[in-house]
Design a protein around this ligand. Structure first.
Ligand code: G
Ligand code: G
Ligand code: G
Ligand code: MN
Ligand code: NA
Length: 252
């Protein structure tokens, strides 16, 4: 009930903020960051999305919330470009958001207005997006790609999608679930699994992103398995934009 009245207000009163978490290429270059929304509630402080995203999905508020995230990210990208900072931004999109075609039309309109020919956004979709409304999801994924956006399959390996499914969905990358990186106790099995997934991804010309890297052992593991992009607390946690810029300046 608190969520019902207050999440709506939060959108109107600009209480949402986006934190950004860097992703590293194999050579350590940071060419993209992931946008992760937070709610600065005057009553309850900083709320992470696990506290309100599922409510937003149930209530339908995820559609205006998602629109706000997408447009805010695009504005941020343009603002960075004026200052010579070129970053792609990954945006998380949930199944419920794909029911509404406006996610695509709004983005296209914003790109046209900004005069951008190619969309510098990576759309992170989970496997459940494919399960819940597959035909609509597939169409939208293709449309996002036509705008120049990349489509990434998030939390890969936790759902029911199969390796063979990767061949028939329009995606550019898979983001391995943290559990593959975290399972040090089952390292040999984990390593075989991750290597096999990477081999399939290579054959399909998909990038592999490893998230949730917290230790140097986990980093070494990811690199040994041949992943292309790394993300995790070992490098940086999700940060407000000023903190991200400070981090980038000192990291380089
Ligand atoms: O940092 P973390 O607590 O940021 O994120 C928790 C979950 O919330 C993740 O599964 C992430 O994908 C999801 N999430 C974060 N930001 C957004 C967003 O803008 N839209 C959607 N749909 N999910 C988000
Ligand atoms: O579901 P999705 O992958 O979009 O969400 C990523 C979630 O993982 C966010 O909540 C983010 O804050 C969190 N995260 C990012 N890096 C790490 C990490 O190194 N370790 C852990 N445990 N969580 C992380
Ligand atoms: O520091 P901050 O309050 O922004 O962190 C948000 C959440 O991210 C914390 O609740 C914590 O669980 C997680 N977190 C941040 N940094 C780290 C880290 O270096 N390691 C782990 N395991 N979790 C972290
Ligand atoms: Mn994600
Ligand atoms: Na993920």
């Amino acid at each position: 009930l608190w969520l019902d009245t207050n999440l709506r207000k939060a959108l109107e009163l600009s209480q949402l903020v986006i934190h950004y978490q860097p992703k590293l290429d194999v050579d350590g270059t940071v060419s993209s960051v992931e946008a992760l929304v937070r709610w600065l509630s005057p009553e309850r402080g900083l709320l992470r999305p696990d506290r309100f995203i599922s409510y937003a999905e149930e209530s339908g508020l995820i559609v205006p919330l998602g629109r706000w995230v997408m447009l805010t990210v695009l504005e941020q990208i343009l603002e960075w470009r004026k200052r010579g900072i070129f970053l792609r931004v990954a945006v998380n999109v949930s199944a419920r958001q794909l029911i509404d075609q406006s996610i695509y039309t709004d983005l296209k309109l914003a790109l046209d207005e900004a005069g951008l020919e190619s969309c510098p956004i990576d759309i992170e979709l989970t496997e459940s997006c494919l399960m819940e409304n597959e035909s609509q999801a597939l169409v939208l994924m293709g449309e996002f790609q036509q705008l120049g956006a990349s489509v990434h399959l998030d939390d890969f390996g936790t759902g029911y999608s199969s390796l063979s499914q990767l061949a028939r969905v329009p995606i550019d990358a898979i983001k391995l679930d943290q559990s593959f990186i975290r399972n040090v106790d089952e390292k040999a099995v984990s390593q075989s699994l991750v290597r096999a997934i990477v081999a399939v991804a290579r054959a399909l010309d998909l990038q592999v992103i490893a998230e949730g890297i917290e230790t140097e052992e986990e980093e070494a593991f990811a690199l040994a398995c041949g992943v292309d992009v790394r993300q995790g607390y070992l490098y940086a946690k999700p940060m407000p934009v000023d903190e991200l810029e400070h981090w980038l300046a000192h990291y380089l």
